[in-house]
Design a protein around this ligand. Structure first.
Ligand code: SF4
Ligand code: SF4
Length: 112
């Protein structure tokens, strides 16, 4: 059985994903390098994109609290944007943004 790996750590010196056999995988498929989820561009999965309006935002950070992918970017207690490399487009941030504020709108990705 072959499995495609997408993390850069799994494909040193190559542009595409490496393919390894089951003999090369760690027993139980345990993750040996914790935190490697950052290497996966899960934003590729997205069919809807959260679009943030900086002018409407009141920086309550409800979106940051509820985002399951840690894709709301905050600096010094202020929202500064969305990490589209990892945002999967679930829409939770738009739903949790206070209705009277409405600073995040979900829009269909082009080509989705
Ligand atoms: S759409 Fe989902 S994953 Fe993307 S920023 Fe909002 S809550 Fe996070
Ligand atoms: S929930 Fe809405 S108002 Fe609050 S920080 Fe996020 S985008 Fe801004």
């Amino acid at each position: 059985m072959k499995r495609k790996l997408n993390g850069p750590a799994d494909r040193p010196g190559t542009a595409g994903p490496a393919v390894v056999g089951w003999q090369e995988m760690p027993r139980g498929c345990v993750i040996l390098n914790p935190g490697n989820a950052l290497e996966y561009q899960t934003g590729d999965w997205r069919s809807f994109r959260p679009v943030w309006d900086e002018n409407l935002c009141i920086h309550c950070l409800r979106c940051w609290i509820f985002c399951p992918d840690d894709s709301i970017v905050v600096r010094d207690g202020t929202m500064v944007g969305i990490d589209y490399d990892h945002c999967k487009g679930c829409g939770i941030c738009a739903r949790e943004c206070p209705p009277k504020v409405g600073a995040i709108e979900m829009q269909k990705e082009s080509g989705a």
